[in-house]
Design a protein around this ligand. Structure first.
Ligand SMILES: Nc1ncnc2c1ncn2[C@@H]1O[C@H](COP(=O)(O)OP(=O)(O)OP(=O)(O)O)[C@@H](O)[C@H]1O
Ligand SMILES: [Mg+2]
Length: 601
């Protein structure tokens, strides 16, 4: 946990802290950068809670017999890591042995202590509220001239890496490096006896004039990899078992310009809810924070609607986790798992509901006590909550009801149940006990059942329609998969898949794990041989249940411009996630659906 105490209280400092914390948060997704668990501000003091890295920093090993091969290994690893940092538009600004940890568990390097956050502590804000001077962050000896002058560049990090490498080779502190009259480090003297090609790379890394250095980590690494075969043959003293870590895949990937090192161990097959700690979860700002705020309010009701596989359950689980952090009790019920017999009649269903909620809350079910009473069915259920659950549990209780669409199969039951939820919500307006009941209702279909507006929970509370990912969000996902793509490549992917979270995740997973290239994926996607076979086939089966829908989708995928297909069909196709509206007309959601259904319907 780090506490930053700025020298000055101002809103600008707070903004800056938040901005930097967001950057750290983004960077922390790399497995060689500590994860940022939380950040917060209290009375103008700022706190960062970061992953603890167990290991030692390089000051402990850098002076002990790092030979040329060890230095090359170090350069390859740190530059690889810096590519990620620079790609995120961040300059570390304080690279030195003390800020590079060797992790005990796997021996990998971990980059810590990004200078940007330290700036928060030292920033000076002028009368106009703007930062006037940024006091230099960095460590003498490792700081380049332009950084000393307050104008750090990506190349400033390269300088620091070069200095660290030279320090390791000659076992001398950078402050003791001799400089010539123009301020250049006297590399010729210091590196005499070192392999020429390696020396040349280091000389270029530590040039005084940053224009003469490698502009960023990517270019520096590419150069290192270029000379790697020569270096290997020139370093005979390499001990057995001590291999240079620059593995062929990195070289191939760089030259085929697609992949940096994919974080293989961290790749996550995209199916089902995205795990809470997943590095691949993309926030659709401001949806998450809106929901997090809403659920803390008395009598909260949140409705989440989106077609299949758009991230509804993943969002729901995050809201529940947020509520748990506030020590609320939470209940997750997935109506997809309900046995069909329970939705045949309301009495059975409400007993199932009460029993499951009790179970999730670790309370004994007491159906006997309440169902004995001569009350209407809905009233029994209400009393069960009022006299039992809400009395036993003193904190707010959040009910997360996933896939409530399942209930639409029995219209009468659905109407009654939703009217009950609405009535509870209304009770919360005045009754403090009911205010502790918070509801999250998740569904994918439009609600067709005719609900009286005063008896429906679908027109109150906070309504969220989960959108597709936008270009920026897809770009972010591409990077998180360790892929370096041009805008044109990302656009091609989106022409085929739109911003559909699941479709995009699956594509990136297939590509990052090396199963296929982007080109091959695009070729296979709309075919039965491709990775989307199951997804497309399921849609096809659903369409085949309804002749009107088949006619409508055929019309949509064969038209080059938006077409009108009738209100009901339009809404049904949209609920299924197959089309989007353009005014009253519709177009296919993405190229994948256009191509597949043109052939298969
Ligand atoms: N915010 C997100 N960030 C990254 N991936 C996401 C996100 N939301 C959804 N996905 C991708 O979509 C898949 C489905 O997510 P999830 O199960 O939450 O959706 P759903 O709408 O509940 O689906 P279903 O309709 O099948 O219940 C995930 O496995 C993941 O690949
Ligand atoms: Mg779901």
């Amino acid at each position: 946990m780090k506490r930053l105490k700025p020298t000055q209280k101002s809103a600008k400092v707070k903004d800056l802290f938040e901005q930097e914390a967001r950057t750290l948060n983004k960077l922390g997704r790399h497995e060689q950068i500590p994860t940022l668990y939380a950040y917060f501000e209290h009375d103008y003091e700022f706190y960062l809670v970061q992953e603890l890295v167990v290991g030692h920093d390089l000051t402990k090993e850098i002076n002990h017999f790092w030979n040329e091969s060890k230095v090359i290994e170090f350069l390859a690893e740190i530059l690889e890591l810096l590519i990620f940092v620079h790609d995120n538009n961040v300059i570390h600004r304080d690279i030195k042995p003390g800020n590079i940890m060797r992790r005990k568990s796997d021996g990998k390097l971990v980059l810590i202590d990004f200078g940007a956050v330290k700036e928060v502590r030292t920033i000076v804000v002028g009368n106009d509220g703007q930062p006037t001077s940024t006091i230099n962050i960095g460590t003498p000896g490792y700081m380049s001239v332009e950084q000393l002058q307050g104008r750090p560049k990506f190349a400033s990090d390269i300088y620091a890496v070069g200095v660290t490498a030279i320090q390791a080779l000659i076992r001398k502190s950078p402050q003791k490096f001799p400089h010539n009259i123009s301020g250049e480090i006297e590399c010729e003297t210091l590196l005499s006896g070192i392999n020429d090609e390696l020396a040349n790379i280091l000389i270029k890394m530590v040039k005084v004039n940053w224009h003469q250095r490698y502009p960023n980590a990517k270019v520096a690494l590419a150069e290192l990899l270029n000379i790697k075969p020569n270096l290997e043959s020139l370093i005979p003293q390499q001990k057995q078992g001590e291999t240079i870590k620059i593995t062929p895949p990195i070289i191939n990937n760089i030259s085929s310009n697609n992949i940096t090192q994919p974080p293989e161990s961290k790749l996550e097959p995209p199916s089902g809810q995205v795990p809470l700690n997943s590095p691949f979860y993309i926030e659709r700002i401001p949806i998450e924070s809106e929901c997090f705020q809403a659920i803390l309010k008395p009598d909260a009701l949140i409705r989440i609607k989106a077609p299949r596989q758009m991230g509804k359950s993943s969002l729901l689980s995050r809201i529940l986790a947020h509520a748990s952090q506030e020590a609320y009790r939470t209940v997750y019920l997935d109506f997809q798992t309900i046995d069909p017999e329970f939705i045949e009649n309301l009495d059975q269903f409400l007993q199932w509901f009460c029993a499951n909620v009790s179970d999730e809350l670790d309370l004994e079910e007491q159906l006997d006590k309440y169902w004995k009473k001569v009350l209407g069915v809905k009233k029994r259920c209400t009393k069960y909550f009022e006299k039992y659950l809400l009395k036993e549990i003193k904190t707010p209780i959040v009910l997360g009801l996933d896939e409530v669409d399942q209930l639409f199969q029995n219209q009468d039951l659905a109407t009654q149940f939703f009217a009950l939820l609405r009535a509870w919500h209304e009770q919360g307006k005045n009754n403090p006990d009911w205010q502790r009941l918070r509801l999250i209702i998740v569904h994918s279909k439009e609600v067709y059942i005719p609900l009286n507006i005063n008896q429906s929970p679908f027109n109150v509370g906070l309504g969220i329609e989960l959108p597709e990912f936008n270009l920026e969000q897809v770009k972010d996902l591409v990077q998180r998969h360790g892929l370096i793509w041009s805008d044109a490549q990302i656009e091609t992917l989106m022409e085929m898949l739109g911003g559909h979270p699941y479709l995009v995740r699956l594509a990136l997973y297939e590509i990052a794990s090396g199963k296929m290239t982007l080109e091959r994926l695009l070729e296979l996607a709309p075919t039965d041989e491709g990775p989307y076979y199951n997804h497309l086939h399921r849609h096809l089966l659903n369409l085949q249940k309804d002749e009107n829908l088949q006619t409508a989708i055929t019309k949509v995928v064969n038209a080059e411009t938006p077409v009108e297909v009738g209100t009901i069909e339009g809404f049904k196709l949209r609920s299924m996630g197959l089309v989007k509206f353009r005014g009253n007309a519709v177009v296919p959601l993405c190229g994948l659906y256009r191509e597949y259904f043109r052939v298969h319907v």
